[in-house]
Every structure is written in C-alpha cells, then in structure tokens.
Design a protein. Sequence first.
Length: 157
Amino acid sequence: MTLPTYAKLIISIAAPLAVGAVAGIFTGQAIPTWYTTLNAPSFNPPNWIFGPMWTLLYVLMGISLFMVWNSEPGKARDIAMVIFGVQLVLNFAWSFLFFYFKELGWALTEIIAMWIAIVVMLIAFYQVRPLAAYLNIPYLLWVSFATALNAAYFKLN
C-alpha cells in the first residue's frame, strides 16, 4: 500500500513533534525542581528558548524526512530513513537520561552518540536529497551547542 503524499508529509512532521512533546513533558517536570538547583555554565541560554528552538528543529527534521521518504524508492532512501529513526530514538532518550534519571555523564555519552548519528544522517540524506541534509544543519549546530552545555553541566555538578 502506498500512502498519499499529504499523509507522508503529515506523518513525517508529526513523528518528530510527538517525540519532542513526550520528551518535553518529562523535561518540563524537572526544570522547576532539580534543574534549577544545578550550577549552570555562563553560556546557558534562558529556559524559554528551548521550546521554540526544538519545535523549529523538529519541523525541519520532519520536512527533511518527508523529502527523503517521498524520493525514489531504493536502498539509499531506506538506509537514510533507518538512520533518521536511530537519531530520533537517541534524541528522545537524551531527555530522559538528563532530566528524568538525572544522569549527566550518561547523557553526555548519549548526546555524543546522537551527534554522530546526526552526522551519519546528514550524509545519508545528502545521498538521497541534498536539500534534506541541508535542512538539518541547524539541528546539528544546536546539538553541538547542547553537547557543550551538557559537558559543562557535567563538569560543574
């Protein structure tokens, strides 16, 4: 069964947004309690920036997934979509490691794995649809910043 194009678009955008929403629920519970007690690095942005930034990044991820999914079927496309799924699972898991389990060291290890998965995804997406890879450059940059932030929190706490 082949899904219509509009269904692929909706699923592609809804999936990362749903992952972000569920992770955000657990993140939001820890911010006013545990997170505010941590020693924060000097370059820590205000808390209000994270929601809009992640929403934008999840939408861009979804659009890029749609572009790949809507491309010519083949091994490169299938591999790119699997890699997208892997990095999305890692994205989801990070919030739980950091905010729910309060494991800053494990979260740092995991976000490094996520960063690597994003780079691999960019390469795979580029092979299928270069614009899909380019749409994820802000995501890679934000996760690079988040990795530095996670490392600083780990060091300070």
